[in-house]
Ligand binder design. Structure first.
Ligand SMILES: [Zn+2]
Length: 484
């Protein structure tokens, strides 16, 4: 019987992990990847926890899942009655966290739905799991709250390790375990802080115990172990409070945590905290997003000037994106605009006097060609991710992307984030993909892990997902057999 363990080290940067591996600090992972391999994967936008878990667990991107961010507003149904209609405004960071499963588009199926013999530890996506298959849920809430206030994350990872080893002895064919400590300690300090490395060494020891257990059971060769991360991180040197920025520019603005605002002209939903979605006139129900041209008109946000123009001049803003009046997506930076559009299976990027995505000029290519060209550039896979973002009806009129080193969170919010993620910059978008069997030599998208795991388990991969099958692993024994 084949088995699969997906270990997600939240917020782990690939370069940090690769340096620790090369320095001999991760002996168990070194043994595991000596048989398999290491590569880098590109995550989805926004590069933030829970949204960026979706590709691994569904094979689909946030746009198809209709979960464009950790906070959003349903512009078609929200009419400004902030208390009566509070269900039309979402934040998975508080009491609505449990709504995520029900919010995922109905056609999307999770690995937990497809593999009945599956369990998860510290998961935020649990559609398809029964309570007995999500055994650590209460402890996740408890440790999550404690870690937030006490800034003490290691006990969470130790709880995960305990449940993981127990699951190895259970009937499960698929086990998902999320280790939160690396992300927690990164936010407190920086992505390569001593506590981050200590947490990573803890994961390494757990992998050693897991492999020893599987070896005792005679299951090591038929078990796929994949270690991934949902996003990277980078130090934050400057906080721009985006809702306050709108207010200081004369725009009454609703935002979390207290969404009440008298007659708001904008809703600002921050994620990660290095990106945000902005909805114009949130009190007025409408089906369609306003195109960028309409958003630039002075009356869009109820003030006498072009808010988009002022926003892109902020040093913290890399670029903003909105839909074009003639289709496609318009990307705007302080230098000017560019247009993204699709033609069949090709994505076309046309600078209109500027190159805000820093692609190096006009480019037209398939999604695969975009990945190959941009994966190690300033904004990896940004064209694909921006078009995906505007597939979701819940996405705001404007998407605002922070420059590296900047976030959109209030300066004095406790605990202060000294590092962050959520943007489209390389340090947030690149993640490690390490496995016990060979991985592709070149970069892949995190979404490709889903069909890889299903094919390993012999479970049919569903139609209509975003993964393409770029990585379909074969058992080591089978490889050896075919070579002989
Ligand atoms: Zn985080």
């Amino acid at each position: 019987m084949t088995r699969c363990f997906l270990l997600l080290v939240d917020g782990l940067r690939p370069d940090v992990a690769e340096r620790a591996l090369a320095a001999g600090e991760l002996p168990e992972l070194a043994r595991m990847t000596a048989a398999g391999g290491t590569t880098r994967a590109i995550t989805v936008f926004p590069s933030t926890t829970s949204v960026a878990y979706l590709p691994f667990l569904t094979g689909s991107t946030p746009g198809r899942c209709n979960i464009p961010s950790i906070r959003w507003l349903d512009r078609r149904t929200y009419g400004g009655r902030w208390w009566a209609e509070r269900e039309q405004v979402r934040s998975y960071c508080g009491y609505q966290a449990g709504r995520l499963d029900g919010d995922i588009a109905p056609a999307v199926r999770t690995v937990f739905q497809l593999v009945p013999e599956s369990t998860a530890i510290f998961t935020m996506v649990s559609r398809g799991l029964t309570p007995d298959r999500d055994p650590s849920q209460r402890e996740r809430w408890l440790w999550g709250a404690l870690a937030h206030y006490a800034q003490w994350h290691q006990p969470s990872d130790e709880t995960v390790s305990r449940y993981l080893l127990r699951a190895a002895d259970g009937p499960w064919r698929f086990v998902f375990a999320q280790f939160p400590a690396v992300d927690g300690y990164t936010h407190q300090a920086h992505p390569e802080a001593p506590k981050v490395l200590r947490a990573l060494r803890g994961v390494d020891r757990t992998v050693g115990r897991l492999r020893a257990r599987l070896a005792e059971r005679g299951e090591l060769d038929e078990t796929l172990i994949v270690l991934v991360s949902d996003h990277g991180a980078a130090p934050i040197v400057s906080h721009l409070d985006l809702p306050e920025w709108f207010r200081s520019h004369g725009v009454s603005t609703m935002s979390h945590p207290v969404i009440w605002e008298r007659n708001p002209k904008a809703a600002v939903m921050v994620a990660g905290n290095c990106s945000a979605m902005v909805y114009a006139r949130p009190n007025e129900r409408r089906r369609e997003r306003w195109p960028l041209e309409r958003l630039r008109r002075p009356d869009a946000f109820g003030v006498a000037h072009d808010v988009v123009d002022e926003l892109v001049r902020e040093p913290s803003v890399a670029f903003v994106a909105g839909e074009g009046g003639e289709g496609g997506v318009i990307v705007v930076s302080a230098a000017g605009e560019a247009r993204l559009s699709t033609e069949g299976d090709r994505i076309r990027y046309r600078p209109l006097g500027a190159d805000p995505l820093e692609v190096g000029g006009a480019f037209s290519g398939t999604a695969e060609e975009w990945l190959a060209r941009t994966w190690d550039g300033p904004y990896p896979d940004a064209a694909v991710n921006l078009l995906d973002q505007f597939r979701s009806p819940r996405t705001g009129d404007l998407v605002v992307v922070a420059r590296e080193g900047h976030d959109f969170r209030r300066r004095f919010e406790v605990p202060e984030h000294r590092s962050g993620h959520g943007s489209m910059v390389r340090s947030h978008m690149q993640t490690p993909l390490w496995a016990s069997v060979p991985v592709p030599a070149g970069p892949v998208r995190t979404v490709e892990v889903f069909p890889a795991m299903l094919s390993w388990l012999g479970v049919p991969v569903p139609e209509g997902i975003d993964a393409t099958g770029a990585w379909l692993p074969t058992p080591l024994a089978a490889e050896a057999g075919s070579a002989a």
